[in-house]
Design a protein around this ligand. Structure first.
Ligand SMILES: [Zn+2]
Length: 381
């Protein structure tokens, strides 16, 4: 998201939008017509956001809707098909009548379906924004470790049983005596990827795994408050009940805090908290993994059915211990709650003298400008 208050070439004067350069607003906002936002060249930020994000996501949502229809899930199909089909962006107008060219999503109807590509993207943005808000409190009093726990790939048929086993393994791991001594809180995301390489022996298999951000005491690495990479591996092998697991990755947030641990060459230092956070918060299900147009309709339908069954009533993002306490103390929304606001991510819309609202409707495989209107000084959000 770019910063607000970027100088604009548009002025709001006596109820009309005046232009100081060649642009797609003419003299009066009430009579201004946008043409197709896909091709219209404008300075308004939502154009690129529509092109780069909303259009591809909505097209995938429609593809998902067709699968739901074939599976007889008509209600889901309708909701997903309509997801994000009407969008409003708000441009702040300051006391000088300058319109902020950066439009922020102001209103949208999102379906909140777990597999909806549009909603998964919005949920991921919200999760990143929410977890980022927790970090100052966490890093003040604790160190952060990033842990990836993997298991062997499974077939679509075995997916549900594998997820059950994975969750059981997590339960056992978090009750391990050493884990409980060292780990003070966690943020865990379940990610599922799929092998799409037709030349691979494990083509079409699924790969569920956990990305976890662990909170450990500042004194981690001293006085026995330390779990080596090999210990994590052994603990996970034992908890999951499979000694063939070899992949466990551990990273420590701050290299300067990790001197003694780096010396052991077991735990890789992290260069950036943001990149690690993005790794944890990225989509738990990449739509390119489960919406694959190279599959036959039957293959596609079976794949989605397996994922729906395996993830039914399973939390994808889960908080525990101190992390959960901090998340809740900040009043942050549960991104998997059906009432979670997926429209406003982090930058709340404030008001100057008013807002210029631009709206778009989906039709003919693109977003078409619908209208714009002014909302004068009042509480909008
Ligand atoms: Zn949706």
């Amino acid at each position: 998201m770019s910063k607000r208050n970027k100088p604009s070439t548009y002025k709001f004067v006596n109820g009309s939008v005046e232009s100081t350069s060649d642009n797609f607003y003419t003299n009066n906002y009430n009579t201004t017509k946008f043409t197709n936002c896909q091709t219209q060249n404008s300075n308004y930020s939502e154009d690129s956001e529509l092109k780069e994000k909303f259009i591809p996501k909505h097209k995938k949502s429609i593809y998902l809707s067709d699968i739901y229809m074939r599976l007889g899930l008509d209600k889901k199909a309708d909701r997903v098909c309509d997801c994000g089909s009407y969008l409003e962006f708000a441009h702040e107008v300051d006391a000088n009548g300058i319109i902020d060219e950066h439009g922020k999503l102001h209103f949208a109807r999102f379906c909140r379906d777990r597999f909806c590509p549009m909603c998964s993207w919005r949920r991921s943005l919200k999760l990143i924004a929410n977890v980022s808000q927790c970090l100052p409190k966490i890093t003040k009093d604790y160190k952060c470790l990033f842990l990836t726990l993997t298991i062997p790939n499974c077939t679509e048929e075995d997916f549900q049983a594998t997820i059950d086993k994975l969750m059981n393994g997590w339960h056992h791991l978090t009750n391990n005596r050493k884990w409980k001594k060292v780990v003070k809180g966690f943020f865990r995301v379940l990610e599922v990827t799929r092998n799409k390489n037709r030349n691979s022996k494990s083509y079409k298999t699924l790969h569920p795994h956990f990305h976890i951000m662990l909170i450990v005491p500042k004194s981690y690495g001293t006085r026995g408050l330390y779990i080596s990479r090999n210990e994590f591996l052994e603990m996970w092998q034992h908890a999951y009940g499979d000694n063939s697991i070899t992949q466990v990755d551990v990273r420590l947030l701050k290299p300067k805090d990790a001197k003694e641990i780096i010396d052991s060459k077991e735990i890789i230092p992290l260069k950036s908290l943001n990149s690690a956070l993005l790794e944890v918060c990225k989509y738990t299900l990449k739509d390119s993994d489960y919406l694959d147009e190279s599959l036959s309709e039957d293959e596609q339908d079976n794949l989605l059915s397996s994922l729906i069954d395996g993830l039914h009533h399973r939390r994808l993002a889960h908080f525990g211990g101190v992390f959960k306490e901090i998340y809740n103390s900040l009043g942050l929304e549960d991104v998997e709650d059906e009432n979670c606001d997926l429209t406003h991510i982090e930058d709340k819309i404030t008001k100057g003298v008013g807002l210029l609202i631009t709206s778009f409707r989906w039709g003919m495989s693109r977003y078409n400008f619908y209208n714009n209107r002014m909302e004068y000084k009042k509480e909008v959000i």
